[in-house]
Ligand binder design. Structure first.
Ligand SMILES: C[C@H](O)[C@H](O)[C@H]1CNC2=NC(N)=NC(=O)C2=N1
Length: 113
């Protein structure tokens, strides 16, 4: 079981450190379905979730939005027919913080709920 999904996001200040390359490698093992992507020079975590129709994707979109409000950490969400693309990164540090891995693990857990 991933320990990340038990953790709580902490306030991420602009001077917080981004995860190191070593931490990134270790944390990625805990969220194997996510892909690190670089967009506009910013390292992000992304996963596509597939559903049978729009309504199911929309319902999952709402669950992820509620998670974001509960954690005070917010993803980019792209809702399409049968698909939700979730992207996590920390705006304040223009990169990845442990919060992003916590939220990715919690997003995975929502799928099972
Ligand atoms: C004040 C508030 O907590 C901050 O603006 C939070 C809100 N949600 C956030 N979400 C993400 N992904 N990155 C942030 O830096 C961030 N900052």
């Amino acid at each position: 079981m991933s320990e990340l999904k038990q953790a709580k996001c902490e306030a991420c200040r602009a001077d917080a450190p981004r995860v190191s390359d070593d931490e990134l490698a270790q944390l990625m093992h805990q969220i194997p379905d996510w892909t690190p992507v670089v967009r506009d020079g910013i390292l992000q975590l992304e996963r596509e979730f597939k559903f049978k129709n729009f309504k199911l994707a929309w319902a999952f979109h709402q669950k992820v939005a509620q998670l974001a409000e509960d954690e005070g950490h917010h993803p980019a969400l792209l809702l399409e027919w049968g698909k939700l693309t979730v992207t996590w990164w920390s705006h304040s540090i223009k990169g990845l913080h442990k919060n992003d891995f916590i939220c990715a693990a919690k997003t995975d857990a929502l799928l099972a709920s």
